[in-house]
Design a protein around this ligand. Structure first.
Ligand SMILES: Nc1nc(=O)c2c([nH]1)NC[C@@H]1CN(c3ccc(C(=O)N[C@@H](CCC(=O)O)C(=O)O)cc3)C=[N+]21
Length: 300
């Protein structure tokens, strides 16, 4: 491997430390404790593991953490009532409704019922519109974490060719907006893109967010490019023993790391930064709600 490893886990620890410092200041100087509410519907075990780790990180940063676990057959009306209750609760500054929701619930409707000022996921249409027009907004956690790592590694991103693979509302589209905001030349590639390898080979920055295990091989990567791997895919790992699994990204790590200038690993790359940015967004939301100065280095 010749690429520099971008250590998301270590970077996330520094972000979480900044968050904790800011939280302590809010407490001391203003008697405020930022509060995050996470709502999870259904009993997908993987989702519950993730929600637990968010709750733990929130408490470790000195913030209030509230979890609402609802049955898989919860009605839309009941979920909307809970969201409205959290919207008006002054001790709650951030609301996250874990996605995906069970099929009978309208995700757009539920997300857009969240007070945009408390929408720490940045998924509400108001925040999407604000981001797209370069106005102050809540920025989705995963793209924000990727941007922080890219800025840290490159300094300025101005003029760089960036290719985002994947066009989801959660990662691909907001990532493209953020890169455009930092003056990259941005291409959004997807499953219908003609000659994807050639498109990716032009990129100084590759952000892979498709959810297909190891789909980007090293020979698509321009020598020296920066590779941000957003994918977290669990695959069988018979080499570790029968029934064992392991996590891989959307990029084939070994071959990409041979050519790239820098690369994020999976696990330990984008994932930990996503959680750190959720905490950062909760502090930002708390500051804005109280007309206080925003935490430096924790916003886009
Ligand atoms: N409204 C909403 N917002 C989300 O942000 C959201 C969501 N719904 N639904 C589920 C996905 C998933 N997600 C992850 C974040 C961090 C790791 C993470 O830290 N992963 C570790 C590995 C964890 C392991 O070992 O399994 C890593 O990459 O190093 C994983 C997954 C946020 N999500």
């Amino acid at each position: 491997m010749s690429a520099t490893l971008i250590d998301g886990k270590a970077f996330a620890a520094t972000v979480r430390e900044k968050v904790a410092t800011h939280v302590a200041r809010l407490k001391d100087e203003h008697g405020l404790t930022p509060g995050l509410a996470v709502v999870i519907v259904g009993d997908d075990p993987a989702s519950h593991v993730y929600v637990r780790s968010k709750g733990k990180a929130t408490v470790e940063a000195g913030m209030k953490s509230v979890e609402h676990r609802l049955d898989a057959d919860t009605s839309e009306e009941a979920l909307l009532t809970l969201v409205e209750q959290l919207n008006t609760d002054p001790s709650i500054h951030g609301i996250l409704v874990q996605l995906p929701l069970p099929g009978h619930l309208n995700e757009d409707l539920v997300i857009n019922a969240i007070d945009p000022a408390k929408d720490v996921d940045g998924f509400h249409i108001s925040n999407v519109g604000l981001l797209g027009t370069g106005q102050k907004s809540m920025v989705p956690c995963t793209p924000l974490g990727c941007l922080m790592m890219l800025r840290d590694h490159h300094g300025s991103l101005s003029g760089l060719d960036a290719v985002v693979i994947g066009r989801s509302n959660i990662v691909g589209k907001p990532m493209a907006q953020l890169l455009l905001g930092d003056s990259c030349t941005v291409t959004i590639a997807h499953s219908r893109t003609k000659d994807l390898p050639e498109v990716v080979r032009r990129a100084d920055i590759v952000v892979a967010a498709v959810g297909r295990p190891e789909m980007v091989p090293g020979d698509w990567i321009k020598p020296g490019a920066t590779v941000i791997d957003v994918g977290i895919n669990r695959i069988d790992a018979p080499e570790k023993g029968e029934g064992k699994t392991r996590l891989v990204g959307d990029c084939h790590f070994e071959s990409c790391a041979e050519v790239a200038g820098a690369i994020t690993p999976v696990p330990g790359g984008v994932g930990p930064m996503t959680i750190a940015c959720l905490l950062a967004n909760t502090v930002t939301a708390c500051c804005r709600a109280n007309s206080l100065a925003e935490p430096e280095g924790l916003t886009a």
